[in-house]
Design a protein around this ligand. Structure first.
Ligand SMILES: [Zn+2]
Length: 334
């Protein structure tokens, strides 16, 4: 079992190295380092030093295109999006969305440059984190939930070529098929390019039950040049929404499907464990979640994020120290 943690807290070596020491001491075998557009522009050498230190400590360095172009997970903003309005996704109501279109060639070129930079800072593995089309409510922003993307000119052209008819206004089954096809082709290009750079690829699909059960995940898992596959069934927001919440009932089907696909396509399986926004008194759920994943044969466990997200107010757990101690205890036991 590999044990991971994501890290974005400091770009000041003295502080970051102390954090990396603490991560090592907690039994981690790898660190998922975020490498945002801000890092790419302003902190490249700092992140390279932190990655070098991670490896010196005997841990693997995964690098995450955190929030890059708005198309991956990440509590950060995209400069690419502000500078390249011609690349933005277009929503079904005709307005522009705050993320780039994965079908736009300029975005694809930008991602190749990102991979070049990630290679340069010492990545062992690229972690493709929650790649997605426009999702209403991202960053908890209030917006109409029945609006979808993308209907940009490029997507409309590609759709017409695929189905020989204009792209509808409604998100029909065909539109969903088109979006999945676009996502697959985008990831195929990314995996291929980074593999040629000598890097491995892992990806985490958003924990949408419909996507999981529709065979969409399998199409991603079957892509060439993929090394690891997983998902991140974080529970606190789901727990709030459901009248009766059962962690096992919620998490186990995600773990089962990840493991099933990993076995078929010879991938390393991983499950993300929530280590942010954990309410006081609910820290033990972390251990239960790890136990569920391991009981399904999941090989790698990774937690988002370092020290109960103490370093980010919007994600901070009520008791970050208790969250960290709980994870550490569970990691060291394995
Ligand atoms: Zn588009």
């Amino acid at each position: 079992m590999h044990r991971g943690i994501s890290y974005y807290d400091s770009r000041f070596a003295d502080h970051a190295f102390a954090d990396i020491d603490r991560i090592k001491e907690a039994g981690c075998t790898y660190v998922v380092h975020t490498f945002s557009e801000q890092d790419m522009m302003f902190n490249k050498e700092n992140v390279a030093d932190i990655i070098a230190y991670t490896k010196e400590k005997g841990m693997e360095a995964h690098v995450d295109p955190w929030g890059v172009a708005g198309i991956f997970g990440g509590e950060t903003f995209s400069y690419f999006v502000t500078r390249n309005h011609h690349c933005l996704q277009v929503k079904s109501d005709g307005s522009k969305a705050q993320l780039a279109c994965i079908n736009h060639p300029d975005l694809v070129d930008f991602m190749y440059r990102w991979i070049d930079e990630a290679t340069g800072i010492g990545a062992d593995i690229i972690f493709w984190d929650e790649p997605h089309f426009y999702l209403p409510g991202w960053f908890n922003v209030k917006e109409p939930m029945d609006v979808w993307g993308c209907r940009c000119d490029i997507c409309q052209d590609l759709y017409r070529k695929m189905f020989d008819e204009p792209m509808p206004q409604k998100e029909t089954d065909e539109v969903q098929k088109f979006k999945l096809h676009s996502l697959i082709e985008f990831l195929r290009k990314m995996f291929f390019y980074s593999a040629r750079k000598g890097l491995k690829n892992t990806t985490c699909m958003l924990p949408f039950e419909l996507m999981r059960d529709s065979g969409s995940w399998e199409k991603v898992a079957s892509l060439p040049d993929l090394y690891g596959f997983g998902t991140d069934p974080y529970w606190t927001s789901v727990k709030k929404l459901r009248v009766k919440f059962d962690l096992d009932e919620y998490m186990r089907p995600f773990c089962k499907e990840v493991k099933r696909l990993a076995d078929i396509y010879n991938l390393r399986s991983h499950i993300w464990i929530q280590n942010f926004s954990i309410p006081q008194g609910e820290e033990d759920i972390i251990t239960q979640a790890i136990d569920i994943a391991l009981s399904e044969g999941i090989e790698d466990i990774c937690a988002w994020t370092y020290f109960g997200a103490k370093g980010m107010a919007s994600l901070r757990s009520d008791r970050p120290q208790v969250v960290w101690d709980t994870l550490r205890k569970s990691y060291l036991k394995r």
